[in-house]
Design a protein around this ligand. Structure first.
Ligand SMILES: C[S@@+](CC[C@H](N)C(=O)[O-])C[C@H]1O[C@@H](n2cnc3c(N)ncnc32)[C@H](O)[C@@H]1O
Length: 281
């Protein structure tokens, strides 16, 4: 991220969610606040999107990861989880549209510059901040997540659900593993949903979207937020297991196509963007 500036990729992800409401009618992920938090209407957000296939692939991936995380969260809440941490929240709107009221305590953790910008956006859009939500500014590369959360009133002993969407690729591997280690070590038990990407390979080498990924990688680097970490799936699973995550569900491109797109529009490649749900309980 640029020093002292809010995340430009957080703005990009929010635009994709807003465009998805119009271009695909919110089919995968419906978010009535997606355009409002940006201060635009849905049609304007859709116009900002374009036909570039790399943007379409990313828009759908963002819709899927958010849907998957919110479905997993709903299931965990059904089993009694009452504490949620949205890591690297960007302009995520879950806290402002959940019907769970004060029965779910929510912490939004983000880089201080992005969080200050979000709070301004919320005020300008007239979106009320619920009483159950607490903001915790933390720079994952410089500060301890645990300290930031505890200072904000987080209960270490309560079983907690973490969402961490669109953040891992922008952090160094030590910062990623230290955050996962913190989550895995929580005495009350924890669930986490995050996404990651396999290391890039040459086009035609098992990653059907290799060319599109190269474009995306160049675009985020130009925004000052270059990708910093990639993981081979098996290596990551071994690390998760060593950290103490007993159950790991990993949706790679093949499972994503099967589950959300009825297997349409792709070959058999399974390299690329993955979404993971891991838990210690
Ligand atoms: C691509 S955005 C994703 C935002 C949101 N989760 C979403 O899906 O729309 C990346 C997020 O990671 C956060 N981030 C990047 N580097 C960070 C760091 N070192 N510490 C804290 N947050 C960071 C940014 O502030 C931004 O909110």
């Amino acid at each position: 991220m640029q020093q002292g500036e809010p995340s430009r990729t957080a703005l990009g992800a929010a635009r994709h969610r807003a465009a998805h409401q119009v271009l695909e009618g919110g089919r995968i992920f419906a978010d009535p606040l997606a355009a409002r938090i940006l201060g635009v209407d849905g049609q304007a957000a859709a116009r900002q999107s374009d036909d570039d296939p790399s943007r379409r692939v990313l828009r759908l991936f963002i819709a899927v990861r958010t849907r998957f995380a919110e479905d997993a969260l709903a299931a965990a809440v059904g089993r009694g989880v009452r504490q949620l941490v949205v890591l690297g929240a960007g302009l995520d709107t879950y806290a402002y549209r959940t019907k769970l009221g004060e029965s779910l305590r929510i912490f939004e953790v983000d880089h201080p510059a992005t969080q200050a910008w979000k709070r301004k956006r919320l005020a300008e859009a007239g979106i009320a901040v619920p009483r159950a939500l607490t903001f915790a500014p933390v720079d994952f590369e410089m500060e301890s997540l645990g300290h930031g959360l505890v200072a904000a009133g987080f209960d270490l002993a309560q079983q907690t659900f973490f969402t961490w969407l669109g953040v891992v690729p922008y952090l160094t591997e030590p910062a990623v593993l230290s955050t996962l280690g913190f989550i895995a070590g929580l005495p009350g038990g924890a669930h986490v949903v995050f996404d990651y990407a396999n290391p890039p390979v040459a086009s035609g080498d098992g990653d059907e979207h290799a060319g599109l990924r190269e474009k995306l990688s160049a675009r985020v680097a130009l925004l000052g937020e270059a990708f910093q970490s990639y993981f081979e799936t098996e290596v990551l699973h071994a690390k998760l297991s060593a950290l103490g995550f007993g159950e790991v569900e990993d949706l790679g491109p093949a499972l994503i196509r099967e589950r959300y797109f009825a297997n349409k529009g792709g070959s058999s490649g399974d390299r690329g963007g993955h979404i993971v749900r891991a838990m210690t309980v």
